[in-house]
Design a protein around this ligand. Structure first.
Ligand SMILES: Nc1nc2c(ncn2[C@@H]2O[C@H](COP(=O)(O)OP(=O)(O)OP(=O)(O)O)[C@@H](O)[C@H]2O)c(=O)[nH]1
Ligand SMILES: [Mg+2]
Length: 304
């Protein structure tokens, strides 16, 4: 039976290997810091740890290479979005930490959306307005915004507040990590679409299933409309189409051109204010849906 000091020595001896394993790396790191010690450390920091030591400890841990930060233009196509547009612009400017411009492309909305934006642009240099008085259409509005952008990345989204602005930084991250196009997606794991009616969701699901089978671009949400892309993508691909079918066309042709497309899940909410430009009735969806189906067929036939 061991007693007193002998017992303490035995315990210490037994514990030593695990103690060394646990603390040796930190101890070595600390010694490395001391070896590089500057004669007069700067103690003018909050708390008691000198800044030079904090820097050394932080930089001595393995660092992931920091990707280049891409400057971004968020193109916002608007037609009668007077109530929504100031809320979305504020959300974007709050959420996006990279250098950002917001470019609203308004087709002379009768509700005066452009006047609201004009006021915001006068107050904040990051906001710009492109008011079109002799042209109308979703695809041509986005395309006009892309052409007017002078940043290395562009993105666009609906201005109905169904697409949350805090997804934009995640889309941008995918571009910074090497993707050519990042898609806000309702149909990858983690995404959902509770903001639309059962009928709207059934139409969307059907068209996307159809596109998946015929186009095989490896995309789940071909009709997303919530996209970020490197601007260089548009040196090779021009948006074409009238309404949401431009998105199917863009993603299918980008995949065929060997571009890297990644999807980021998001939850699509309901329109906040104003009226849907797609409409809400069965015939509205059928009319829009036909354009999408024709696009899928055209792309499928052109490949073969
Ligand atoms: N500049 C411009 N913007 C448009 C035009 N048509 C629609 N938009 C905008 O395009 C975006 C999409 O329109 P929405 O009304 O959300 O329609 P949707 O997304 O197809 O349908 P929902 O599923 O109901 O949201 C919105 O920001 C509209 O203001 C147009 O002719 N010109
Ligand atoms: Mg919408």
């Amino acid at each position: 039976m061991l007693r007193g000091p002998a017992m303490a020595m035995a315990i210490t001896f037994y514990m030593m290997p695990s103690f060394i394993m646990q603390y040796a790396p930190q101890g070595l790191q600390y010694l490395a810091v001391l070896a590089n010690a500057r004669p007069e450390p700067d103690f003018a920091t909050r708390g008691s740890t000198p800044t030079w030591m904090v820097d050394q400890i932080m930089t001595s841990s393995p660092q992931r290479p920091t990707p280049d930060r891409l400057a971004l233009t968020v193109v916002l196509p608007t037609y009668n979005e007077r109530e929504n547009v100031p809320v979305l612009i504020a959300d974007i400017l709050r959420c996006v930490r990279s250098p950002v411009q917001v470019l609203v492309v308004d087709d002379n909305s009768p509700d005066g959306t452009w006047q609201v934006v004009e006021q915001l642009a006068a107050e904040d240099a990051r906001v710009r307005l492109l008011r079109r008085t002799n042209e109308r259409g979703l695809t041509s509005a986005i395309w006009a915004g892309i052409r007017a952008a002078d940043t290395d990345a562009v993105s666009w989204m609906d201005v109905d507040l169904a697409m949350p602005a805090d997804v934009i930084p995640r889309l941008l991250e995918r571009l910074e990590a090497g993707a050519d196009i990042a898609v806000g997606s309702r149909y990858v794991r983690g995404g959902s679409d509770p903001g639309h009616s059962v009928m709207a969701r059934a139409f969307s699901r059907t068209i996307n299933a159809f596109a998946a089978v015929l186009l095989r671009a490896g995309v789940r949400d071909y009709t997303s409309g919530f996209i970020a892309a490197r601007r260089s993508v548009f040196d090779r691909i021009e948006l074409q189409g009238d309404y949401g079918e431009y998105c199917i066309d863009l993603l299918a042709r980008a995949a065929r051109a060997g571009m890297r497309i990644e999807e980021v899940p998001y939850t699509c909410g309901a329109r906040f204010s104003g009226e849907s430009k797609t409409g809400a009735s069965f015939t509205d969806y059928l009319r829009r849906g036909m354009g999408y189906v024709v696009t899928v067929f055209r792309l499928a036939l052109r490949r073969s």
